[in-house]
Design a protein around this ligand. Structure first.
Ligand code: ASP
Length: 333
């Protein structure tokens, strides 16, 4: 294949273990940029014509929704300039959130793939180069078009809406609980076993230029008395996501408090189980999903709490009302 026939790939590095080398202060810290990561992957020059940029060098727990909204802008501008796909490199701790924000905001059939590494480049068996090679392979594959944002690690291809980091240490840390991975990369080729349809969302979500409203996320545990939930509006949060127990439940004694908060700010009900849909019409006791939805809570559908929180935050930035928020969550199933 001649060089001119290669697809054009934009690679943006934000930091993470994949970029981290030994720090004089102890431990590892982000130092490498996208160009150095690309140079360390044998054969990548045969996959795509690459433009490598390094907007950030951060641990991924320091990334913000505003950072990632800016990355979405960069990708959209890159697609307008003719890139065929994009790879975002970052820390694995918040990869599922970055992928979901990009899924919300980029809205383009061309693949956006987020990758990272569980082991640093100076560790034995570093997984960064293999992950970057697989991510680039997916990002320029016509088969990966129209799937929204994807996460590729350990040669597995995950949809942004399902993927979750489920282990602190293993290179196989990523799972898609509800649906399984969409496919894998084997022998340098993309093999897809299932697809997802892009969520139908109003274009207003992608509007740029303003801060992303703060949305609180609270997990319910046995014996919770609701005092954290009660405090949320007074702390200035624009919305709240509650990770209820099971199919979306809180202690009966907390139901009234939750309803009072939902009368002031949008409250979304997710499940702390992290898999399966929040129920809407099964349990009828105080604190059950029927009770809470009747008190104004909006069910998160299949989205986990961290992803429902991001959808709610960007929906509030776009000025959506409760019905639009409910429809946006429902668009993800
Ligand atoms: N703590 C790292 C980060 O998220 C973990 C990783 O990259 O795997 O930045």
């Amino acid at each position: 294949m001649s060089h001119t026939a290669l697809p054009r790939l934009l690679i943006l590095s934000l930091g993470g273990t994949i970029t981290m080398t030994a720090s004089p202060d102890g431990g590892i810290a982000p130092t490498l940029g996208a160009a150095e990561l690309v140079a360390a992957v044998p054969g990548l020059e045969k996959v795509a014509l690459i433009e490598a940029r390094s907007p950030f060098r951060l641990g991924s727990s320091s990334l913000t929704p505003e950072h990632i909204a800016g990355i979405a802008e960069d990708i959209r501008a890159g697609f307008e300039a003719g890139f065929d796909g994009a790879v975002v490199i970052q820390g694995t701790d918040t990869i599922e959130e970055t992928a979901f924000i990009l899924d919300l905001l980029v809205r383009d059939a061309r693949p956006v793939v987020v990758t990272g590494a569980m082991r640093g480049p100076q560790q034995p068996g570093a997984d960064g180069p293999a992950n970057l090679f697989a991510a680039a392979t997916v990002a320029v594959s016509p088969a990966a078009r129209g799937l929204g944002t994807l996460v590729v690690l350990n040669d597995e291809i995950h949809a942004a809406r399902f993927v979750r980091k489920a282990h602190t240490a293993l290179t196989s840390a990523f799972v898609s609980d509800t649906a399984g991975p969409l496919g894998l990369v084997a022998e340098g080729s993309v093999r897809l076993f299932s697809r997802v349809d892009p969520a139908e969302l109003p274009a207003s979500l992608a509007m740029s230029g303003s801060d992303v409203p703060k949305v609180a996320l609270l997990k319910i545990a046995m014996g919770d008395d609701g005092r954290m939930i009660e405090a949320v509006p007074g702390l200035g949060f624009a919305g709240l996501v509650i990770e209820g127990a099971g199919a979306g439940h809180v202690p009966g004694v907390v139901a009234e408090t939750v309803g009072a908060v939902a009368a002031r700010i949008p409250v979304v009900l997710a499940s702390r189980t992290l898999a399966g849909p929040v129920f809407e019409a099964t349990y009828g006791y105080p604190g059950s999903e029927i009770d809470l939805i009747g008190r104004g809570l909006i069910p998160a559908g299949l989205l986990t709490g961290v992803k429902a929180r991001l959808l709610l935050a960007f929906a509030l930035r776009a000025g959506w009302d409760g019905a639009a928020i409910r429809a946006g969550l429902a668009a993800y199933g």
